[in-house]
Write a protein that binds this ligand. Structure first.
Ligand code: GLN
Length: 389
C-alpha cells in the first residue's frame, strides 16, 4: 500500500484527549482534559431548547449576522476598540479551528512560528499541518517567565508569527503588560504577526489582569485574536470560536475557514447569542466560581503536601512529581488513573524540553468532584506504591 501522508508522522494523537479515554476505561475522576462537569447557564439551555425558532441550515460561512454583532459588541467593550462585525470577525468551530485557520492565514510552508514551551499541544500539530516550523522559547518553571534575549534570538530567525496563549495553558501564567510589551516590540521590529489564544480571558484571578495583545499600541494591525465561548459559557461541546483581526487579515482567514469547515453550527450560534448578551455580572460570577474552585483545590493539595504552582489564570495546576523518581510521566499518569482513580495529563505533552517532573490537573469541576478527587489523592503516595523505571 502507498504510505499515508508524511505530514501526520510528526505528531501523535492528542495525549490530553487520550487521557480522557483512559479515565473512562478506569472509571477515574477526570482531571485531565479541561472541561466542566457542570451545566452551562440556564438561559443558554433555554435558548437551545427552542429548537423550532433556531436556524437549521448553513449560516453565512464566516458566522451568523446575529452572532457576529453580539460578539463584536461584547469584545469591543472588553478589548477597548470598536470591532466591525462584518469585516473583522470570522466564527469558527472552536478556538481549535480559529488557531489552525490563523496559522494558515499568515504562514507559508517552511515559515517559522514562535511557540512558548510549555504549550497547549495543538499548537505543535497546527504548525506541522500548516507546513510551518516551530521555534520553541522556554517559559521557565516555576514562574514560567521567559528570557527576552532568547525570545529576540527566535525573532532573528524571521518567523511569520508568534503564538501566545494568554492566560496560558498549562502553566496558568497571565502575561503582564510589561511582558506583552516586550513581545509586541519584537513583533513590530521583526515584522511578525501575533496569533493569540485567549480562551481563558474571563478566568484571571485577582490581582492579575488580562491584557489583550491587540489592545497594545501598534499591535491591532498585526494580531489575530483567537478565542472561544467554550470556557466562558461552559459549552465546550458547542465548538464555537472566532478570530478577530483587521479586515485585510480577516478576508484571507475567511477563505481558509470557508474551505476548512464552511461554518460553525448554525443553531448553536443562534442560541449562544443569549450568552454573548449577558450583563457584566455574569462574568463576575463566573470568575467568583472559579476563584472558589481554585481555592478549594489548591488548598486541598497543600493539606496533602502535594507540591504545585499557583496558577494566575485558567483552570490548570502543575503538580511536581519528582519525589516519585518516575522517568516516564505518561506511565505515571496511567498508573495514577489506575491506582488512585484520578486522571491527569503528563507534563511532557506540553514541554518541548525533556521534562518529566510535572503532571497537569484541571479544576473545572463541581466542588463535590474536586473533594472526591482530593480524597483519593490524600492516599496518593501509598496507592502509587513503587514505580519501576
Ligand atoms: N483546552 C483543553 C485542555 O487543555 C482541551 C481542549 C480540547 O480538548 N479541545 O485540556
Amino acid at each position: 500500500m502507498r504510505p499515508l501522508s508524511a505530514r501526520t508522522a510528526g505528531f501523535t494523537d492528542s495525549v490530553i484527549r487520550r487521557m480522557t479515554r483512559i479515565a473512562q476505561r478506569h472509571g477515574a475522576i477526570n482531571l485531565s482534559q479541561g472541561f466542566p462537569d457542570f451545566d452551562p447557564p440556564r438561559a443558554l439551555l433555554d435558548a437551545l431548547a427552542r429548537a423550532d425558532t433556531l436556524p437549521h441550515q448553513y449560516s453565512v460561512t464566516w458566522g451568523a449576522q446575529n452572532f457576529r454583532e453580539a460578539l463584536a459588541a461584547k469584545q469591543s467593550r472588553r478589548m477597548g476598540f470598536a470591532i466591525d462585525p462584518d469585516a473583522e470577525v470570522v466564527v469558527t468551530c472552536g478556538s481549535t479551528e480559529a488557531m489552525m485557520a490563523a496559522m494558515m492565514t499568515v504562514a507559508n510552508p517552511g515559515d517559522k512560528v514562535i511557540v512558548f514551551s510549555p504549550f497547549y499541544e495543538n499548537y505543535g500539530a497546527d504548525a506541522i499541518l500548516s507546513g510551518a516550523e516551530p521555534i520553541y522559547v522556554p517559559l521557565r518553571p516555576p514562574h514560567y517567565d521567559f528570557d527576552p534575549a532568547v525570545l529576540e534570538d527566535a525573532f532573528r530567525q524571521g518567523p511569520a508569527a508568534l503564538i501566545l496563549c494568554n492566560p496560558s495553558n498549562p502553566s496558568g501564567k497571565v502575561f503582564t503588560r510589561g511582558e506583552l510589551e516586550i513581545i509586541a516590540a519584537l513583533a513590530r521590529r521583526y515584522d511578525a504577526y501575533v496569533i493569540t489564544d485567549e480562551v481563558y480571558e474571563h478566568i484571571v484571578y485577582a490581582p492579575h489582569q488580562h491584557v489583550y495583545m491587540a489592545s497594545l499600541p501598534g499591535m491591532r494591525e498585526r494580531t489575530l485574536s483567537c478565542s472561544s465561548l467554550s470556557k466562558t459559557y461552559s459549552i465546550t461541546g458547542w465548538r464555537l470560536g472566532y478570530i478577530i483581526a483587521p479586515p485585510e487579515i480577516i478576508d484571507t482567514a475567511k477563505k481558509v475557514h470557508d474551505f476548512l469547515t464552511v461554518g460553525a453550527a448554525a443553531p448553536l450560534q443562534e442560541a449562544a447569542v443569549t450568552g454573548l448578551r449577558f450583563e457584566e455580572a455574569y462574568y463576575e460570577s463566573l470568575l467568583a466560581v472559579y476563584t472558589q474552585k481554585r481555592e478549594l483545590f489548591l488548598r486541598g493539595l497543600d493539606d496533602i503536601g502535594i507540591i504545585h504552582n499557583e496558577p494566575q489564570g485558567a483552570y490548570y495546576v502543575m503538580i511536581d512529581i519528582s519525589e516519585y523518581g518516575c522517568e516516564d510521566d505518561l506511565r505515571f499518569c496511567e498508573l495514577l488513573t489506575e491506582r488512585v482513580g484520578v486522571a491527569a495529563v503528563p507534563g511532557s505533552s506540553f514541554f518541548r524540553e525533556p521534562e518529566n517532573r510535572y503532571i497537569r490537573f484541571h479544576f473545572a469541576k463541581r466542588e463535590e468532584t474536586l473533594r472526591a478527587a482530593l480524597e483519593r489523592l490524600a492516599d496518593m503516595r501509598t496507592r502509587m506504591g513503587t514505580i519501576d523505571n
